[in-house]
Design a protein around this ligand. Structure first.
Ligand SMILES: [Mg+2]
Length: 340
């Protein structure tokens, strides 16, 4: 950990929010901290500290225990309460199953370290500080060398946390995204379909699924080679993303040349409309396809199915429905949309 600088992730120097009612202490703290390259924002009491916290977004808070208006213990507790409330409202409104939800929640857990600075060094006050949620504690008169080391260590810890968080996000992304197209992968498709099934069964609301296949894709690969095939998949994937734009729609690469769109709260007519827009979008790309016997350009066969989920049925019923429709679209000559 000694090798990790508190300055390493962002080029900006860390911001320290100092709350102390004593002007001399604030001036001394500012001078010492600025000498070490930190940026300092000063406030005079706990109330001001709470107000400044959201706008300043400090990397660390230095909190005096005894202040007028609102003391350090109360302020510390309230800072924690703010973090908790944010977390609770995030849990209530977010789809906690989604990768985005997990990311948001773990971000909200990452709380700003709070260092209490106080002349109260009796055991009771120390206990109170930690109970209020302080990360660490130094006493007045300030021993500058100790304060420097504590600050540095707390910022390093926060830095390590941020780096772990970034790594965690990257892993989550890799686990859920198709590397070639950037769309959701099959794993994410399954997770999302299950979650939406449960949500919509409770609400008795419709769920639609579009499955689509690039027509004669094997011949496309034979003719244009796999790099050409990859490019074609990427272009078609982009059209799907652009056309399925409702907030909760999920576009996934379902298999090799097969794509899927999960559409919560969508009746058949809405899903067929989107399928039509996707079909038109792919047609407009005019990707030459000499291996196709239905068109000189790349086309899609599409199957659409809609259900109102119930506890007696399962997501696989919807997949089977869309798959049968897709099969019929192919059997009827491809380059068309079939719904059931
Ligand atoms: Mg004081």
């Amino acid at each position: 950990m000694a090798g990790i600088s508190p300055f390493s992730l962002t080029k900006q120097p860390p911001v320290i929010l100092v709350a102390d009612d004593d002007k001399t202490t604030r001036v001394l703290l500012r001078e010492a901290m600025e000498q070490d390259g930190y940026r300092v924002v000063e406030v005079c009491d706990g109330k001001q500290c709470l107000d400044a916290f959201e706008t300043v977004k400090p990397d660390i808070v230095l909190l005096d225990a005894v202040m007028p208006v609102m003391d350090g213990f109360t302020c510390c507790k309230q800072l924690l309460q703010i973090a908790r409330n944010n977390l609770i409202s995030a849990l209530a409104t977010l789809d906690t199953d989604s990768a985005l939800g997990n990311t948001m929640i773990s971000k909200l857990w990452g709380r700003t370290p709070i260092l209490m600075v106080t002349s109260l060094d009796d055991r009771d006050s120390v206990d109170r500080a930690f109970e209020a949620g302080a990360t660490d504690y130094v006493t007045k008169p300030i021993h500058w060398a100790i304060l420097r080391q504590r600050l540095r260590r707390l910022l390093q810890q926060a830095q390590v946390y941020k780096q772990l968080e970034a790594a965690n996000q990257a892993l989550q992304h890799l686990a859920n995204v198709d590397g070639l197209t950037g769309l959701a992968n099959r794993r994410r498709f399954d997770d999302y379909l299950n979650t939406q099934w449960i949500n919509l069964a409770q609400e008795e609301a419709p769920l639609s699924l579009i499955l689509c296949d690039i027509d004669f894709f094997k011949f496309y690969n034979d003719k244009y080679g796999h790099p050409g095939g990859d490019l074609c998949l990427q272009k078609v994937g982009t059209v799907l993303s652009r056309k399925a734009q409702k907030h909760q729609d999920l576009v996934a690469r379902y298999g090799g040349e097969e794509f899927a769109v999960i559409m919560p709260y969508t009746h058949a007519i809405g899903a067929i409309h989107v399928a039509g827009a996707i079909q038109a979008g792919v047609r407009e790309l005019e990707i030459p396809h000499d291996g196709s016997s239905v068109s000189p350009h790349v086309t899609l066969s599409m199957g659409v199915a809609t259900v109102i989920p119930t506890w007696e049925s399962s997501p696989s019923d919807l997949i089977v429905g869309a798959d049968k429709a897709l099969y019929q679209a192919k059997a009827k000559g491809r380059n068309r949309i079939v719904w059931r």
